[in-house]
Design a protein around this ligand. Structure first.
Ligand SMILES: Cc1ncc(COP(=O)(O)O)c(C=O)c1O
Length: 365
């Protein structure tokens, strides 16, 4: 592994790059947070300084997403994966069902977890048929009778696909795992009843999860729900039912302020679309590399690509690492390469990667 004396372009899928400006801010107040004489990491979660951090972060997040008041925003521990269990517990009673669009590894895991407790849940789309390169068009016609919700993964981190536009359903509420794209583009929030995202891409440190849900559509269940998965309980306690991941919430708060200072989601979306287009254009023009996802489904966050000559793959990755392009290896099930270009990846990072790809092709192609 090469060693660096500077920050490099980190294309990891998550935990991923955070804005340097945010890291500098956290560093400057790490030992003594704004005259309190202590680090946020050492602060009581029941004390006013932390309460302010928490309240401000949630208010900023609401503002960024333009959330109507009927939506609750709650911080959960346990990563995005905990929500694979929590959502069915909160939204399904024994014998009830929900529809899952299985468009990738994370949707498959969510479906399998729900099925363990609620055997009637259904898969309404099996992405394996297209090696997960395609997404379904979900309309009321394909929603099962009696489905309590329709579950999608809005951006499939591993295969690099995303819904460019979202289903508009009348028959059942739409739930989305937005782990790898929340805060990267504007959203028609009111088309969703539940949105959740693990923090480790566009929000902050891993382990923390943001859950947004329409309070008017949360059913009251008669079965017991484990406390740390219980939406109503966690919301009633203001994300402080137990000791929350305080430092992660603080960093998320700094990220939200950074996004607000930099034009919010409209600005992020424009930059992200531009970065992704440049990279896909370069791959489409390459004779050595190609992007396997059809244009209609291409993610702006996770750009997957492959080479026509697999014998060069390990050389490409080793050279990339050496030159300070980290995290380009594709997920084991997808193979090839993946450049994750979340909000914090500067455009310069994408430009440099494109130059590196072109140079590799010139010298090895
Ligand atoms: C779309 C998506 N959902 C869920 C997860 C799982 O997140 P966690 O590891 O926080 O449980 C990931 C992880 O990268 C993801 O990309």
């Amino acid at each position: 592994m090469p060693t660096f004396t500077h920050r490099i372009f980190n294309f990891n899928a998550g935990p991923a790059m955070l804005p340097t400006e945010v890291m500098e801010e956290a560093k400057a107040e790490f030992l003594n947070y704004r005259g309190t004489g202590m680090s946020v990491m050492e602060m009581s979660h029941r004390e006013k300084h932390f309460q302010n951090i928490l309240d401000e972060s949630l208010a900023d997040l609401r503002e960024l997403l333009e959330l109507p008041s009927r939506y609750a925003v709650v911080y959960f521990p346990g990563g995005a994966t905990l929500q694979f269990s929590a959502i069915p517990f909160n939204y399904l009673a024994a014998g009830e069902s929900a529809d899952f669009a299985v468009t990738g590894v994370w949707a498959r895991k969510a479906h399998e977890e729900a099925k363990k407790f609620y055997p009637n849940v259904k898969s309404i789309f099996n992405g394996a048929d297209s090696q997960y390169m395609e997404l379904p068009t979900i309309t009321d016609e394909i929603v099962s009778d009696g489905a309590k919700y329709v579950y999608i993964t809005s951006n499939n981190t591993i295969f690099g696909t995303r819904y460019k536009t979202f289903p508009k359903l009348k028959k059942a509420p739409l739930f989305a795992d937005m782990t790898s794209e929340l805060l990267s583009r504007k959203l028609p929030i009111e088309d969703f009843s539940v949105i959740f995202a693990g923090a480790q891409k566009n929000i902050g440190p891993s382990g923390l999860t943001v859950v947004i849900y329409d309070k008017e559509k949360l059913p009251t269940q008669t079965h017991p729900i484990p406390n740390l998965m219980n939406f109503a309980l966690m919301e009633k306690n203001g994300s402080l039912y137990n000791t929350p991941p305080t430092y992660s919430i603080y960093i998320a708060g700094l990220v939200f302020k950074y996004l607000k200072r930099n034009g919010g989601l409209t600005a992020m979306e424009a930059i992200n679309e531009r970065k992704a287009k440049k990279l896909y254009d370069a791959l489409d023009a390459s004779s050595l590399f190609y992007a396997p996802v059809p244009e209609a489904f291409r993610s702006a966050m996770n750009v997957t690509f492959r080479s026509h000559n697999n014998s060069l793959d390990s050389q490409f990755l080793a050279l990339a690492e050496e030159q300070g392009f980290a995290g380009l290896k594709g997920y084991r099930e997808a193979g090839g390469f993946r450049a994750s270009i979340y909000n914090a990846m500067p455009e310069e990072g994408v430009d440099s990667l494109i130059s590196f790809i072109k140079e590799f092709e010139r010298t090895h192609g």
